[in-house]
Design a protein around this ligand. Structure first.
Ligand SMILES: *Cc1c(COP(=O)(O)O)cnc(C)c1O
Length: 357
């Protein structure tokens, strides 16, 4: 345990500790970057998938990242404060009404999604940098073929900073959608001078046909699938508040869903679904006391979880939910979701501690 004297004033002993290994994020970026001949950007939307966009962006800029991607102009303005001038900050949602001040003041590059957005952009900020987002089949963001045909020559004449699209099924290399979207992207962009981008984490792993000039990894940086070789980034330790002995026939937690069949030592840890520990993880979920695996008992509450520590010697001060023993994807499997959702759900109440390389 870190001595309390070293902790920030605001540290609350009943709060979980989320440790973010910035060195591991940088190592993941470097490794993903080594897998292509292209430039490698970094997707830091949603507060860098819940891990802290300011700290993460600064670390990645120091590692060499020069193109950052966010979902909204507000996120972009925040990243600009952390990065200072220099790196590109691209905004996936494009140029929305009300975004103009942020676009100009924070020098953001909107990824234009429609003719309407293009008109808004050139009227509000003539000569201001922009990119183009194309729809190649996902039907989420970007111009479709007909819209792009109408705008293409006008847009290309203004030297877009990037022309990009996004893959719907890149986490499954065998999915026929990948080749179909690749063919559409090539058909829509062949021969243009502007830099092109198609691949996020999954697309990088599909191979060089998908790399073009710039890749845009997100989840892989943060240790999540489909990047199986990722270095783990996140450790989540929850403090034990109380330990009690439970006799056969007694229950633990709401609705009595778990009833002891043998004498059981139960730790109550601080943390719950209000902190993004999804209640549906329930029955399969475990935590770790050092090298000892401990089963979560009964329902996960809003702020508390009961854990079987019978096999543990002594009283542990904390139990680990995420770390070397189990990843965000392990926890995602328990809850029937994906690592992305576990990461972005990690709550605001944790003390976030950053490890630098
Ligand atoms: C979120 C996102 C990414 C990053 O995807 P990962 O799967 O996390 O690597 C890249 N491009 C777009 C358009 C996105 O929305």
């Amino acid at each position: 345990m870190t001595p309390a004297a070293d902790l920030p004033d605001t540290f609350d002993m009943a709060q979980g500790k989320l440790t973010v290994d910035l060195g591991a994020i940088c190592a993941n970026w470097r490794d993903l970057s080594d897998r292509s001949q292209s430039d490698t950007g970094a997707v830091v939307k949603a507060d860098a998938y819940g891990l802290g966009a300011g700290r993460v962006s600064q670390a990645l800029a120091q590692e060499g990242a020069r193109q950052f991607f966010v979902a909204t102009a507000k996120e972009g303005a925040q990243i600009r404060k952390a990065l200072g001038s220099g790196p590109d900050i691209f905004v996936f949602s494009g140029h929305m009404a009300g975004d103009t001040d942020d676009m100009r003041d924070a020098q953001l590059t909107p990824l234009i999604n429609s003719i309407d957005q293009m008109l808004r952009h050139v009227e509000a900020l003539p000569g201001h940098r922009f990119g183009i987002q194309l729809d190649t089949g996902m039907n989420r963001l970007g111009m479709e073929e007909a819209e792009w045909s109408a705008l293409r020559d006008i847009a290309l004449a203004q030297n877009p900073a990037l022309v990009m699209s996004h893959l719907a099924c890149a986490d499954d290399p065998s999915h026929e959608m990948n080749a179909r979207q690749l063919a559409n992207f090539i058909a829509m962009t062949d021969g243009i001078d502007a830099p092109r981008s198609l691949a996020a984490t999954g697309g990088i792993l599909l191979g060089e046909d998908y790399h073009f000039d710039l890749t845009r990894p997100g989840v892989g940086l943060y240790g999540g699938l489909p990047y199986v070789d990722a270095r783990p980034v996140v450790t989540l330790d929850l403090p034990v508040i109380q330990v009690r002995d439970v006799l056969p026939g007694e229950s633990v937690g709401y609705s009595n869903t778990w009833i002891a069949s043998v004498p059981t030592r139960v730790a109550t840890v601080s943390g719950g679904y209000a902190d993004g520990i999804i209640r549906a993880m329930g029955n399969d979920a475990h935590m770790w006391a050092g090298e000892t695996r401990c089963k979560i008992l009964g329902r996960i509450s809003m702020d508390l979880i009961g854990v079987d520590i019978t096999p543990v010697e002594g009283e542990p001060e904390t139990l680990e939910l995420l770390g070397l023993h189990q990843s965000v994807d392990t926890a995602a499997d328990w809850a029937g979701t994906i690592g992305y959702e576990i990461l972005t759900s990690l709550g605001a109440r944790y003390d976030r501690v950053y490890l630098t390389a």
